[in-house]
Design a binder for this molecule. Structure first.
Ligand code: NOJ
Length: 965
């Protein structure tokens, strides 16, 4: 069992034996629920839910928060003032500064703080030395741009409300009501997003703990009952909280923040990864098929996670989109503390004001975080694409990866030696199975000391890396944030000497348990720690590393085996005096960031795009690399769960995502493994991985027909790499997801809104529905429009909105091409993507009903940052009226000419036309400039479309040309 490797106490050993015995009798594995809090076990979650219940159960509930109108001032697109919170029956108030910013991008931002804490006028308990302010640095980690204030927004202040017009063409409006405080965000005069509609705004202001004297009891007498706690206020978790034997000391007492956000007229909400469940979020207040607990965001190492659950997982992106016919809006809750989100979906009929908006439903959400600010961005769309674009302006777009990173990765825990790695590498080549990267898990190290190699099994890492390099292949090695606490280990000694680790509540170096046993955690909130970390990756420090070695950051939630909920105590202290409570969900991203920075330039002048995989993430992690969905299981259920999770990550701005192919725990049956490779070929991040206790499962071991079918799936991925890379480029410039759900592509088609088991690949018109159920021989694929679709492999035709059955025996991936697109490919089979670099392209013209087609291709050197200076090719291909035209849609830069010269000889070797017009029958050539090339026409056969092929048209992929058919 996984944990048994690291824990050594006697009790743990006994428990491990018991659980191992249990496993013998019950093979099903499932999350240890008792390790993680339910809402009821989380003080602030329970309090905020109780507050919501009190509000709902009180006639004419009036929220105790109002804007002091005299405090308001407007300047440069920003409204500032104070909210007064009435805190007792005497009408005493506390002052909460509020800033509402209207941004040039069209989004609005609302920040609510607490004056007393800003001024440091509070007392900390237990002589704590932590910061007194509410955590206000989430922005410095998550936000990279897009904060320019609107120059055109205007405010019109009245005695009860203030109206602000903003956004593109002044089409957006915020109506701020003073008492009780609330904001309606409108587009085209209709309310789209409503703050504090239900009066659940809650900011637990700082208060002094009043220790009640213990009631006096005489000997022999019953103790008198403790005085009653004021109605609605459950003090029991204000001052400390114990869970699983760990007590959180809470030096600032209760400090949660909460707000209800209603989407009138919207039935669907998506986003807030990471959860194992459907793309369309479910209601969370119980009832048939609903969740009972809110969606939780508290990055954690959730061992053996379960399906269809609102439980937290390894990463958090507090960004949600609400969708209805032809309209998408969104909110981003910028808070790094533990957060829960309740979702209620209601029929709207009872609300006469919002009738006529176009839907009978509304979705009411309730967000609450344990500490920090209320800091919410509102996006009014109207399309999902608009929203992911603006969200990306704020948090950054997907970093354009090196090309190898979007090819296939072969991983397992563990490859046992450098010889083992070389052997797998040779066997993959021998079996003609393409792969780009082989991975090393924790066992490659000397005694779990990162930046070292096991002296017995990895005696020649350089030789191993050299062999890989011969096929342009790479190695990824794992480096985790826990640093083994062992005398003589140079890394831990430096960490301690320089005082760069996370501290415990008393200010000492924090010590906990992870893979290496006793460990310390590098504190990547500290700029000095980042600087030090960067140094550790220099080739002369990390001996045996080389330019084709990249990094995997695991366990960065952080996972602490003996910590509360398998993570760090919330009262631990980070750089700057912030409590771990305040920054927990960002922690993983700071470590990922440090590693990213380290890989940028490991040797002076050798600047390459880093590749770093992370398990834990937050808004902004997309700038740093890829993520995967953690420890899944070799089951059909987990195979099916992957796509909704990856789609959800994609629409939440982090599309470079994948799941462990084959399933991490357990041994997949061969058909499951095969289907998983077929699915994985459509994960933006495509990696096979397996637990240390599983049987070896490199594709060549599966035997026929499985090995052959898996190889076909891998080849499909490799031949479509130009299309995938183009989709990554698009994500990197405007945040459009790489695999795209129906609602994103067809915002008017209500029947498609909840679909999450099929998707489009980039802008290619490829519509995939990999088989994810056992023994399935066919799938029903849903077509959202009346366009002509063709089977990718057979050119069989499908058309008509609605469901179509596609026969899909084991060797077949249900994959359609939507008419109207041009798909770029590279069809020459090779061992790795690096070896395909200068291969000629194939263009697949998929003719739509109109007989036309259009597509794009982007490529660059696939490894450096030269593309930022124009060293790339970006073409548009358009086929209309019998003419195919290639034109440049890139922007010239300093390095454009040089790059174009370099790719001059990269040609187009084939043009395939699917759905070729009947009139081409008998045609044998096409005109290209002054010359011509042969055309081969294949007439329609039964339901299979006619197709044609032009071979060797002798045109360069990077140049303007025209082919007349
Ligand atoms: C947990 C990760 O989720 C898994 O992928 C990895 O193999 C193990 N840690 C060991 O490093």
């Amino acid at each position: 069992m996984r944990r048994s490797l690291a824990l050594s106490s006697r009790w743990t050993a006994i428990l491990v034996v018991i659980s191992a015995l249990c496993c013998l009798f019950s093979p099903a594995i499932s999350v240890k629920h008792e390790n993680f809090k339910t809402c009821d076990q989380s003080g602030f979650c329970k309090r905020n839910r109780a507050y919501a219940d009190t509000a709902a159960g009180t006639n004419n509930w009036e929220a105790p928060y109002r804007i002091a109108p005299e405090s308001l001032s407007w300047k440069n697109g920003q409204l500032q003032g104070s909210i007064l919170k009435t805190v007792n029956a005497n009408g005493e108030t506390v002052r909460l500064p509020i800033t509402i910013s209207f941004l040039e991008s069209g989004s609005a931002r609302v920040v609510i703080d607490e004056e007393k804490r800003q001024k440091g006028e509070i007392e900390l308990r237990h002589d704590s030395k932590i910061r007194k302010e509410r955590y206000n640095e989430a922005e410095s980690w998550a936000i990279v741009g897009g904060l320019d204030l609107s120059k055109t927004a205007t405010e019109d202040r009245g005695s009860a409300k203030s109206h602000v017009k903003y956004g593109p063409d002044g089409k957006f409006e915020a109506v701020i009501t003073y008492a009780p405080f609330g904001i309606d965000f409108k587009r085209d005069d209709a309310t789209q997003v409503r703050f504090n509609d239900r009066g659940l705004l809650n900011l637990e202001h700082w208060r002094q703990k009043i220790d009640k004297p213990a009631p006096e009891t005489k000997e022999g007498e019953e103790p008198s009952p403790t005085p009653e706690v004021p109605a609605g206020e459950d003090e029991s978790t204000w001052w400390d909280e114990t869970f699983g034997g760990n007590t959180d000391s809470k030096p600032r007492g209760p400090e949660s923040v909460g707000l209800d956000i209603t989407f009138p007229g919207y039935e669907y909400v998506f986003g807030i990864p990471e959860h194992a469940g459907s793309l369309s979020l479910k209601a969370t207040r119980g009832g048939d098929g609903n969740h009972n607990d809110p969606y939780r965001l508290y990055n954690a190492d959730v061992f053996e996670y379960i399906m269809d659950s609102s439980m937290t997982l390894y990463g958090s992106i507090p960004f949600m989109q609400a969708h209805k016919k032809d309209s998408t809006v969104g909110v981003f809750w910028l808070n790094a503390a533990e957060t829960w989100i309740d979702v209620i979906k209601e029929k709207e009929a009872h609300n006469p004001l919002s009738l006529g908006i176009g839907s009978k439903f509304e979705t009411k959400t309730h967000w609450f975080s344990e500490s920090g600010l209320i800091d919410v961005f509102v996006f009014l769309g109207p399309t999902a694409k608009d929203i992911t674009k603006v969200y990306g302006e704020l948090t950054g777009y997907t970093a354009l990866p090196q090309e190898f990173a979007i090819a296939y990765h072969q991983c397992r825990w563990n490859y046992n030696s450098d010889e083992d790695v070389k052997d797998v590498d040779r066997k993959m080549s021998k079996h003609n199975i393409p792969y780009d990267v082989i991975w090393l898990d924790i066992e490659y190290t000397d005694d779990k000391q990162y930046f070292t190699w096991d002296p017995l099994s990895f005696t020649n890492p350089t030789g191993m890396l050299e062999q890989l390099d011969q096929s342009e292949r790479k190695l990824v090695a794992i480096i985790d944030p826990h640093i083994k606490n062992k005398d003589g280990y140079h890394v831990v000694e430096e960490l301690k000497k320089k005082d760069l680790a996370v501290h415990d509540k008393g200010g000492g170096i924090y010590e906990g348990w992870c893979w290496p046993g006793s460990s310390h955690w590098v504190d990547c909130f500290n700029p000095a720690a980042i600087k030090w970390w960067i140094g550790l990756f220099k080739y002369d420090y990390f001996k045996g590393s080389a330019p084709n070695l990249f990094i995997w950051n695991d366990m960065n939630e952080p996972s602490v085996f003996n910590g509360p909920e398998t993570t760090m105590p919330k009262d631990n202290i980070h750089h700057g005096g912030w409590e771990h409570r305040d920054v927990h969900n960002i922690n993983g991203m700071t470590f990922h960031n440090a590693t990213y920075q380290a890989l940028l330039e490991r040797r002076k002048g050798e600047i390459r795009r880093p590749f770093v995989l992370t398990r834990s993430f937050y808004s902004g992690s997309q700038r740093l690399g890829a993520m995967w969905t953690g420890d899944n299981q070799a089951s059909w259920e987990h195979l099916a769960a992957g796509f909704p999770m990856i789609l959800n990550n994609g629409i939440a701005g982090f599309p470079f995502a994948g799941a462990d192919v084959g399933g991490f725990f357990g041994n997949p049956e061969k058909d499951l493994l095969t289907r998983w490779y077929q699915a994985g070929a459509f994960y933006p991040f495509f990696r096979g991985h397996a637990h240390i206790d599983t049987r070896r499962r490199e594709p060549y071991l599966a035997g026929e027909p499985y090995t052959g079918i898996i190889t076909q799936a891998l080849r499909l991925r490799y031949s479509l790499l130009p299309a995938w890379y183009t989709a990554f480029h698009e994500a990197s410039v405007d945040g459009t997801p790489i695999i795209r759900p129906h609602y994103f592509q067809y915002p008017s088609d209500e029947a498609g809104f909840a679909i999450d088991d099929q998707f489009f690949v980039g802008g290619t018109g490829l519509l995939a529905k990999p088989v994810v159920t056992e023994k399935a021989e066919s799938v029903d694929i849903y077509l959202p429009d009346d366009e002509q679709y063709y089977d990718y492999f057979t050119f069989e035709k499908y058309s008509g909105r609605g469901k179509h059955n596609i026969v899909a025996p084991l060797e077949k991936i249900p994959l359609l091409m939507q008419g109207g697109h041009i798909i770029p490919r590279k069809d020459r089979p090779r061992r790795s993507s690096g070896l395909m670099k200068w291969d000629p392209h194939t263009l697949v013209l998929v003719l739509g009903k109109s007989g036309q087609a259009k597509g794009e291709l982007y490529f660059d050197d696939g490894e450096t940052f030269d593309y930022q200076q124009g060293a790339y090719v970006h073409r548009e291909f358009e086929f209309r009226d019998g003419v195919l035209v290639s034109s440049d849609i890139g922007v010239n830069g300093k390095l454009t000419e040089k790059f174009l010269r370099c790719v001059k000889s990269v040609g187009v070797e084939k043009i395939l036309i699917v759905g070729a017009p009947k009139s081409w029958e008998g045609k044998s050539s096409v005109k290209i400039g002054g010359g011509e090339a042969g055309l081969e026409f294949h007439p329609e056969e039964g339901n299979k479309a006619a197709w044609a092929v032009v071979r060797a048209p002798k045109v360069a992929i990077g140049e303007d040309w025209k082919i007349e058919f």
